[in-house]
Ligand binder design. Structure first.
Ligand code: HEC
Length: 110
C-alpha cells in the first residue's frame, strides 16, 4: 500500500467517525430534563453536595457517567448517580454531555 492510499483511508475513517455523531444542543437539553432536578435548571446546582455541570468538559462528563454505570465510581452520593446513569444509552450520554459542555459558553448561541 502506498502512502496516498493510506492517507485516503485515514481521511475517510476520520470523516466517517465524525459523521457518526452530530451533536445537538436541543436534543441534549430535552434529555437533560431529569438531571435538572438535582443539577439545577441552568446546570448550577442549588444543593451543596450536588456538583455543577454547566460548562464542564464533554469527555469528562461522558467518562463520569460511564464510571457510575459500571460502578467504578462509588463514593459518597454516587449511588444516586448510578441509578441515573443506568437509564442512559451511549447516545444519551453523548447528547447530554454535549449539552452541558456547551451550556453557558459562546457555543450555545451558535
Ligand atoms: C437525584 C439527584 C440527581 C439526579 C436526578 C442526577 N444527578 Fe448527577 N449527581 C448527583 C450527585 C449527588 C452527584 C455527586 C455524586 C458523587 O458523589 O459521586 C452527581 C454527580 C454527577 C456527575 C459527576 C460530576 C463531577 O464533577 O464529577 C455527573 C457527570 C452527573 N452527575 C451527571 C448527571 C446527569 C447527566 C443526570 C441526568 C441524566 C444526572 N446527573 C441526574 C445527583 C443527581
Amino acid at each position: 500500500m502506498n502512502r496516498i492510499s493510506l492517507l485516503l483511508i485515514l481521511l475517510f475513517w476520520t470523516t466517517a467517525a465524525a459523521a457518526d455523531y452530530d451533536p445537538s444542543f436541543k436534543i441534549g437539553k430535552e434529555k437533560a430534563k431529569v438531571c435538572m432536578t438535582c443539577h439545577g435548571e441552568d446546570g448550577i446546582s442549588t444543593i451543596d453536595p450536588y456538583p455543577n455541570l454547566r460548562g464542564q468538559k464533554m469527555g469528562y462528563l461522558i467518562s463520569s457517567l460511564k464510571d457510575y454505570q459500571s460502578r467504578q465510581r462509588t463514593s459518597g452520593l454516587a449511588i444516586l448517580m448510578q441509578q441515573q446513569a443506568d437509564t442512559l444509552s451511549e447516545q444519551d450520554m453523548k447528547d447530554i454531555s454535549y449539552y452541558y459542555s456547551v451550556l453557558g459558553t459562546k457555543k450555545e448561541e451558535e
